[in-house]
Design a protein. Structure first.
Ligand SMILES: NC(=O)c1ccc[n+]([C@@H]2O[C@H](COP(=O)([O-])OP(=O)(O)OC[C@H]3O[C@@H](n4cnc5c(N)ncnc54)[C@H](OP(=O)(O)O)[C@@H]3O)[C@@H](O)[C@H]2O)c1
Length: 260
């Protein structure tokens, strides 16, 4: 752990990001926690700091506006905080057919799930490369591996995250920086419960707890795994999507999308 002192986690105010914050805290890392909800971040920072005797810096930030990643990066440099592990977890979902989608929501989704993640990575790997060590953890989804009718923009954004993460993992292979793309399946968080059309059709055994996912994702990142898929059922689903002809996978996802 000694090399990897400080971890920045985006979307740390709830859900998977909060569970990751707990997991990193438990393992002795100092934290920088980013999300929009200042009150939640302050409370979490106080609790984790006291419970694990670590330094926790809450940084309320909206990652959607253009230029927010650079503002955040500059602010941390001014605070003289060095980031050893970057966790790009913040994300949003939109469950709607494309032609019924609110375009502002759709654009915000692409800004947060794609642009912000790329900019954050681009900025924070610079100092990591100079030091010769660091880790990037990007949260994608099992949706990265298959078409996702009725949440097409979300699925495509996660396919982007997987492709991007694998590419930069290769680019930085010999640099001392590892890149881990965490691909959760359905996970019991507000994101899932707000996707009402989707949530009611998902059997309980397929839903993971964010705490369990965070613990396994932490281990995968520490072991420098490039792709981490949680739960056997998700691994099987991904294998199915990879090995069956595309038209079958498309047809099956299209069939299930009729119920959402
Ligand atoms: N839950 C699942 O089933 C599932 C499955 C696969 C992948 N994932 C991925 O896992 C990640 C976390 O999802 P989750 O389920 O934990 O979602 P969640 O409970 O909705 O949490 C999302 C987090 O992102 C933050 N966030 C949202 N918009 C933001 C913005 N504009 N700027 C900064 N922070 C922002 C939220 O905090 P504020 O509202 O305070 O800003 C919150 O902390 C996402 O990338 C998601 O796509 C989730």
């Amino acid at each position: 752990m000694s090399l990897y002192k400080t971890t920045l986690i985006t979307g740390a105010s709830q859900g998977i990001g909060l569970s990751l914050a707990n997991e990193f805290a438990k393992n002795g890392h100092d934290l920088v926690l980013v999300a929009r909800s200042e009150d939640k971040l302050l409370k979490i920072a106080q609790n984790l700091g006291a419970q694990y005797d670590i330094k926790v810096t809450p940084l309320p930030f909206d990652l959607i506006p253009t230029g927010s990643a650079i503002k955040l990066f500059t602010q941390l440099a001014e605070m003289e905080i060095t980031i050893d592990i970057l966790v790009n977890n913040a994300g949003m979902m939109q469950v709607e057919k494309l032609y019924e989608s609110d375009m502002d929501v759709m654009n915000n989704l692409m800004q947060l799930n794609i642009n912000s993640l790329v900019n954050m990575t681009r900025l924070f790997v610079g100092p990591m490369l100079s030091r010769g060590y660091g880790k990037v953890i990007n949260v994608a989804s099992i949706a990265s591996f298959m078409p996702t009718p009725t949440f097409s923009v979300y699925g495509a954004s996660k396919a982007f995250v997987l492709s991007f993460s694998e590419s930069i993992a290769e680019e930085m292979k010999d640099s001392g920086i590892s890149v881990t793309c965490v691909c959760p399946g359905f996970t019991q968080t507000d994101m899932l419960s707000h996707a009402e059309g989707l949530e009611k059709y998902i059997p309980t055994f397929l839903k993971a707890s964010p705490e369990g996912l965070a613990a396994d994702a932490y281990k995968a990142a520490m072991n420098n795994e490039v792709i981490f898929i949680d739960k056997l059922a998700n691994k099987m689903l991904v294998q199915w999507a990879k090995h069956y002809p595309r038209w079958i996978v498309r047809g099956v996802t299209g069939f299930f999308s009729r119920f959402t």
